[in-house]
Design a protein. Structure first.
Ligand SMILES: NC(=O)C1=CN([C@@H]2O[C@H](COP(=O)(O)OP(=O)(O)OC[C@H]3O[C@@H](n4cnc5c(N)ncnc54)[C@H](OP(=O)(O)O)[C@@H]3O)[C@@H](O)[C@H]2O)C=CC1
Ligand SMILES: CC(C)(CO)C(=O)C(=O)O
Length: 320
């Protein structure tokens, strides 16, 4: 593993709320590139404070022997950009975690899967201080302060407008994109965050859900004719949900996601990893909220509903 020295630039100051697979990886990349980054930790606090972060990455391993580690948000400096990389199941903590850390003119960037979290955060910090990012990455925290990045890495970044009205490409999005680019992370612009969130669900709903219910990796799910067909039906329902909000997802996109899964290294989805570790599943963000949104627009998504009901059962039983 190579050790990188860091040099702090006088630029935007970053906070990372939730230093796991996603927060640990992107936060470490930003610090490695010289940005001033402050990490909020939970169980790994003492370890990371004493030993820093280790990143094993397909693009090159590195360690950060010293990071700004905190256990309480009140001890953190106010930051320009606050990256939320908790599991959505911990978002109920955000009313306590965010206010001490976000500058008055700062912005919260939610790097999480699912739908609806921006609306919740807008209630806390105001709708003009929220952005969302969809992470196209395979990353995992394999030990305290130890992240393994095994594939992909881009983020699709979109600005949030009240009620998910499309914001187009804003200056602050571009500024953050420049920082991430400098850190070697590809940023894809989203002009319409709601459309991007529905599109990401085209993959997450079938594969996160089925991997848990059927106890299978992506390669097995895509190789079998029955499960591939089920995945395609579920994808089509996501397309119908998006259409209820006038977000058209092209039929070729479904095919593209199926082809991508064929080519992917066999992958244990993050929901399956959580299930195996008996951690709470992101059932509401990834399934419950899209179902609610679709229902509000008068659309039922019956196969997704079936998946949701089974996941709720498994999640409850798993944690008993
Ligand atoms: N991993 C991946 O490849 C991908 C993940 N995503 C999405 O990204 C989001 C983050 O997932 P991921 O990084 O995998 O999850 P992780 O579980 O790896 O990271 C979440 C981190 O939040 C920390 N945390 C929990 N509670 C607190 C608290 N009160 N204060 C401070 N930190 C806390 C956890 O620490 P502790 O364990 O000590 O409690 C953990 O390190 C999810 O929405 C996921 O669906 C999207 C695409 C790919
Ligand atoms: C599709 C994948 C696995 C990687 O891009 C992902 O984004 C996820 O796990 O949510």
């Amino acid at each position: 593993m190579t050790q990188m020295t860091t040099q702090t630039r006088q630029q935007r100051r970053y906070a990372v709320i939730g230093t796991g697979a996603i927060g640990g990886f992107y936060g470490a990349k930003l610090q490695q590139a010289g940005f001033d980054v402050h990490f909020l930790l939970n169980r790994d606090y003492q370890w990371v404070r004493d030993r820093g972060l280790v990143v094993e990455s397909v693009n090159g391993d590195f360690t950060l022997p010293e990071v700004n580690a905190y256990q309480q948000p009140q001890k953190m400096p106010k930051c320009d950009v606050v990256i939320v990389a908790l599991k959505t199941t911990a978002n109920y903590l955000l009313p306590q975690l965010l206010p001490p850390v976000v500058k008055d003119n700062g912005v919260v960037v939610l790097l999480q899967n699912g739908l609806g979290a921006e609306e919740e955060v807008a209630q806390i910090v105001g709708s003009n201080r929220v952005m969302g990012g969809l992470c196209f990455i395979c990353s995992n925290k394999i030990g305290p302060g130890h992240i393994r990045h095994s594939d992909y890495g881009a983020i699709e970044l979109g600005d949030y407008g009240e009620g998910y009205r499309p914001r187009g490409i804003t200056d602050r999005m571009q500024a953050i994109a420049r920082d991430f680019n400098q850190a070697g992370i590809t940023i894809l612009d989203s002009e319409d965050l709601l459309a991007s969130r529905w599109k990401k669900l085209v993959w997450n709903i079938p594969f996160n859900g089925l991997s848990v219910i059927l106890d299978a990796k992506t390669d097995a799910l895509i190789a079998d004719r029955a499960t591939r067909c089920l995945a395609e039906d579920l994808m089509q329902e996501v397309v119908n949900g998006a259409a209820a909000y006038d977000r058209a997802i092209a039929p070729e996109f479904v095919q593209e996601m199926l082809d991508k899964t064929v080519k992917m290294k066999p992958y244990l989805t993050s929901m399956k990893l959580d299930y195996d570790r008996r951690q709470p599943l992101e059932v509401e963000a990834i399934f419950g909220n899209p179902l609610k949104k679709a229902a509000q627009a008068g659309v039922r998504l019956p196969k997704i509903e079936t998946l949701y009901q089974q996941l709720v059962f498994l999640d409850r039983r798993n944690r008993r």
